[in-house]
Design a protein around this ligand. Sequence first.
Ligand code: AMP
Ligand code: MG
Length: 326
Amino acid sequence: MINQDLYTAAKLLQEGQVVAFPTETIYGLGARFDDPHAIKKIYEIKGRPSNNPLIAHIATLEQLSLLIRDTPTPEQYRLMESFWPGPLTLIFAKHPNVPDEVCGGLDTIAIRMPDHPIARDLIHETGVPLVAPSANPSGCPSPTHHQHVNDYFGEDLYCLNGGFTKVGLESTILIFKDNQPIILRPGAISREEIESILQQRVSLSQPTHTPLSPGMMYRHYAPEAQLHIAQTPAEIQDVLDQYQHQPYPLGLLLSDQTIHALTIPLGVQIKSLGDKSNLEEISRNIFQTFIAFDHTEVEHIWTEEFPQTGLGLAIMDKLRRASQKE
Ligand code: AMP
Ligand code: MG
C-alpha cells in the first residue's frame, strides 16, 4: 500500500516538479530522468554548476535499459549483484534518449539502485528512473535528515520524511577505463569490498585538470566555520592551550577517544563523531555535526585524522574537501 505522501510526491514528479526524498546515503533532490525542464529546476534550486552531472536512481534492473547504451559487462553485473540495492554508483555509456541535462555534457551516465523503501517506492510509483543530486545548496554539507532539507530550502519544497539516513555518506562512484576499475568518489562501499568482488586492484582517480567526475573539482560539504585537520591529539592540545589568547570561538569535532584524551577549556564547543573504532558511526555523524556547527557561532573547527582503510577513505575525503580554503 502506497501512503498519501508518497502518492503526492509521485504525482508532483509526474507533473514536472522537483521533490526531495530519503535514500540510505543522504537525502536527494529528485526529478524524472526524462524531463529536462524539471532537471534544470534542480540545478537552479541547488545553485549547481551545469557541468556537474546527476546520478540516476532506479528501482529495478529493467529500468537500466532506459538509461544505458550497451549491455553491462560481466564485471559490472557482478558489482550490481553484490552491492545493489546499495550505495555503489556505476558509470555507463548513456542511452541516446537520456537528455544532456542529466549528464552535464558527458556521454556517460551515473546510475545506482538505492536501498531505501521510500526511494524505491517513489521510483516505482512515478514509473521512471529519478535523477537526484544531494538535497543541499551546492557546497554545503549533505542532508542526512528531512529537517536539514527543510532548513535549506523551506517548506515549499516537498520532502518525504524518513528521519535520519542509515549510512550518512554519499555512494561510492566507480568507472571502468580500459577494463580497469577506478574509484571516482570514495563513499559508503569501500575499495576493499569492491576489490574482493572483482578480484582485481581498484585504483583511485587522481586530481587532474579534466577530472573524470566533474563534481570532484569543487570544494564540498563544508561547514561555515573553517575546518582544520590535526595530525595528532597533541596538535589539538596546543591549540587548546593557547585558546585563552584567541579571540575566535572554537569547536572540536572528534572521536570519543580523542575527546577523553584532551584537557579542554570551558567555552570550547565539543561535538562527538563517535567511537573511533566504529567508522560506520563516524560516517553517519560527519554531515549532521557539520550542520549542527552551522547553527553555532563557532568560526574554527578542529578535527582529527582517521585511518584511510575501509570507510576511512571516504571519511578523510569528506574532511579534506571540507577543510579546503575557498
Ligand atoms: P551528488 O549527486 O551531489 O552526489 O553528485 C553526483 C556526483 O556524481 C558528482 O560528483 C558527479 O561528478 C558524479 N557524476 C555524475 N555523473 C557522472 C558521470 N557520467 N561520470 C562521472 N561522474 C559523474
Ligand atoms: Mg552532493
